[in-house]
Design a protein around this ligand. Structure first.
Ligand SMILES: [Zn+2]
Length: 200
């Protein structure tokens, strides 16, 4: 039977399922969740269950089911394709920075179907820009030179410099760039400034 988390029977309720196969499951469409539950597979019962306090609308669920069905009809294996795209991007980065580079690129975007697009050669920011990184230890703050309309691939190179200069080899996943206050450049031009955003 289920476990009532609010009453004095909790101990006995949990005891009933010692050594059973317990599973956390969710209900809904592929990407939207209506309900989550903790279930005992051994007993075939729901132990604890809760509805999503912000449930998706019927329209959202229908659209999500439709997207899933379309994807299946077209036979797209998203994980497999994404794996190939990541491999292709890593190869490009290795070619540019060498295989001993520390940076892992993860500033790519996915489309509605979850497919990653290789955006390494896209221009990330138009115009004069400088990158900073305040992570790492002590005062080894990183400031890149000013560069013109860099691609994401170029930013990978800058991120590699940031990792080495800051000495922070723990946060090496480049997840994106965050705008900061612009600076006044030498020739009176405005330089956009972005903080590199790393994760681990
Ligand atoms: Zn059980």
């Amino acid at each position: 039977m289920g476990i009532d988390l609010n009453d004095g029977q909790r101990f006995a309720g949990i005891m009933e399922h010692i050594d059973h196969h317990i599973k956390v499951v969710r209900y809904g469409t592929e990407n939207l969740t209506v309900n989550v539950a903790i279930e005992c597979e051994t007993c075939g019962c729901v132990l604890v269950s809760d509805d999503n306090p912000n449930p998706p609308t019927q329209e959202e669920m229908d659209a999500d089911r439709e997207a899933t069905a379309n994807k299946e009809r077209r036979g797209i294996d998203v994980e497999k394709l994404n794996e190939a795209t990541r491999k292709e991007m890593n190869a490009k980065i290795d070619e540019e920075l060498g295989t001993d580079a520390n940076v892992y690129y993860s500033a790519y975007e996915s489309d509605d179907e979850g497919l990653i697009r290789n955006n390494l050669l896209d221009i990330a920011v138009e115009g004069c820009v400088r990158f900073t990184y305040a992570g790492g230890w002590g005062d080894r703050k990183f400031r890149s030179p000013v560069i013109q309309s860099p691609t994401w691939l170029q930013i990978c190179g800058i991120a590699e410099d940031a990792i080495r200069i800051s000495g922070d080899y723990h946060h090496t996943f480049l997840e994106g760039i965050r705008p900061k206050d612009p600076e006044q450049g030498g020739a009176g031009q405005t330089v956009a400034v972005f903080e590199l955003s790393f994760g681990s």
